[in-house]
Write a protein that binds this ligand. Structure first.
Ligand SMILES: C[S@@+](CC[C@H](N)C(=O)[O-])C[C@H]1O[C@@H](n2cnc3c(N)ncnc32)[C@H](O)[C@@H]1O
Length: 496
């Protein structure tokens, strides 16, 4: 299983594969890591393919990293051969060309205007590179690792008819369009491996743009109480420690949203990855009551429906129904409903309400759910700063609604308050950049945050505003924002 010097060129790792008790192979630390430490950094993907609906607006070489590096959005231009994939520049194009586009480009061109679905494009690329001349083929060591991955093919075939049908159809399409002599059964196995071993390819801020596979990263096992987190900076994958990891500890990531209840996590792990989790958290929570209150069942049903149809008022109603039950604000499904509420308010251009909800997440939900420096905590703080900056564009102070209700047993009247949103943004960015906490976000996002902070700092100084002298007013605004945020879930919510 050792990798030779050929493969090591493409990734840095202080890990080594080993046998994990009862769950096959796993990756183990060969050094100590502090929070934010780079457990694994893979520069060159084995496979990274865009979602079909991102092909038009996202570069298939850097996956948006060049735009965020330059601080402005770049409109990618189509490949002159197939016109299907698009690129920021020649460097991005060459990157994708060498990772397999040269092999698939004529097939995409022939199929136009039809575009194969993401899974079929991913499997096609694997098949083409497997049979390509050595110059264009996979690194032999990486391919050898890919061969060893589990496929769970029999479980998929016997227990998940819709997935099996999708895998079968896309494998048949790949066989036909690639002209490969590989047996269909072999292609089916590759498709199944992709399904159970791939990662969501995301932007640095965790928006899904495609699918990613690397057979070394795929050795990492899952634990609902994970110690490392995956992030992407364009095509580069980072795995960072979210808490201190000691040499010889096993590296665990979470394959699913670990903030979910036991039953939800387990259903997802079984349906998507075909295993029953054996981690300590699951063993401990296994006996959780199955009967959930009606409002909770309704909230889960809402989360399973199409998010494009959500409305802010409807989500606020769901939040109220859950808080009426004294449901904790850092317990699912309330956490996911608040996330959807923020996204929906932004799409409705309800910036002031989105700011209040993002403040609730920043001040009261994330600190309960994630350790300091956890990527999602940083990404949510960055979102709050951006919403506040957006609000400050129209007027310096934003009026926010306070809902009436009971907080800590005291009755609060509803009403309005106003806050200086530029100061709110500045203090969030200041904490992110100078707060002294190690963060698990990828270098590209760290740099983007640092640049935004420097720019705002310069702007405020040029206006003669010195935040140190404004501290009283800034803390006053935070106190108001806190009141606004808590009033969203006001009834019965205890302060931490
Ligand atoms: C992506 S692979 C990880 C590497 C795998 N252990 C191997 O030996 O190749 C995922 C598979 O590992 C096993 N696995 C990972 N985490 C597990 C967990 N928490 N509980 C039980 N099985 C787990 C399951 O068989 C799962 O399908």
């Amino acid at each position: 299983m050792a990798l030779t010097a050929t493969s090591q060129r493409f990734f840095d790792s202080n890990t080594s594969p080993g046998i994990a008790s009862r769950i096959g192979r796993g990756l183990f630390a060969t050094a100590d890591f502090g929070i934010g430490g780079d457990v694994l950094h893979i520069e060159r993907p084995f496979l990274a393919v865009l979602e079909t609906d991102r092909l038009d607006d996202t570069c298939a070489g850097c996956f948006g990293a060049t735009s965020s590096e330059q601080g402005e959005s770049i409109k990618p231009l189509p490949c002159s051969g197939c016109q299907v994939t698009k690129y920021c520049n020649k460097t991005c194009q060459a990157q994708d060309w060498n990772l397999g586009h040269r092999l698939e480009c004529p097939i995409f061109k022939k199929l136009k205007p039809r575009i194969l679905p993401i899974n079929a494009r991913a499997v096609l690329r694997i098949i083409l590179r497997m049979s390509a001349p050595p110059r264009f083929a996979f690194d032999p060591d990486e391919l050898n690792l890919f061969d060893q991955l589990e496929s769970h093919m029999d479980e998929i075939r016997t227990t998940n008819a819709p997935v099996w049908e999708r895998i079968t159809l896309s494998s048949m399409a790949v066989k036909r369009y690639s002209g490969t002599e590989m047996e269909l059964e072999e292609i089916l196995k590759i498709s199944a491996k992709l399904d159970v071993n791939s990662f969501s390819l995301t932007t640095a801020a965790y928006d899904r743009v495609g699918v990613y596979l690397h057979p070394y990263a795929a050795i990492m096992n899952h634990d609902c109480n994970y110690n490392a987190i995956v992030g992407f900076d364009g095509p580069e994958m980072y795995v960072k420690a979210i808490r201190p990891i000691k040499k010889d500890d096993q590296i665990f990531i979470s394959y699913v949203d670990a903030t979910n209840r036991f039953s939800v996590r387990n259903k997802e792990l079984l349906q998507r990855f075909y295993f029953t989790c054996r981690c300590n958290k699951c063993l401990y929570e296994e006996g959780e009551p199955l009967e959930l209150p009606g409002a909770v069942v309704d909230a889960y049903a809402l989360l399973e429906s199409d998010s494009a149809s959500y409305e802010g008022d409807q989500l606020m109603g769901t939040i109220t129904n859950l808080t009426d039950l004294s449901w904790s604000i850092s317990e699912q499904p309330l956490v996911a409903i608040v996330d959807e509420y923020i996204a929906t308010l932004l799409s409705e251009n309800e910036i002031a309400s989105a700011l209040s909800a993002a403040a609730l997440r920043y001040l009261h939900i994330d600190p309960d759910l994630y350790p300091e420096g956890h990527s999602l905590r940083v990404v949510h703080a960055w979102a709050l700063a951006n919403i506040a900056l957006h609000a400050s564009e129209s007027r310096p102070r934003t009026v926010l609604k306070v809902y009436g209700g009971i907080i800590d047993g005291s009755m609060y009247q509803g009403g309005e308050v106003s806050v200086n949103t530029k100061f709110i943004a500045y203090s969030v960015l200041n904490t992110l950049v100078l707060g002294g906490n190690e963060s698990c976000v990828v270098p590209g996002l760290k740099e983007t945050i640092r640049r935004a902070y420097a720019q705002l700092d310069e702007e405020l100084r040029a206006q003669g505003t010195h935040l140190r002298e404004e501290m009283d007013r800034v803390s006053g605004d935070w106190a108001k924002l806190d009141r606004v945020a808590l009033s969203i879930v006001g009834k019965h919510v205890k302060r931490r």
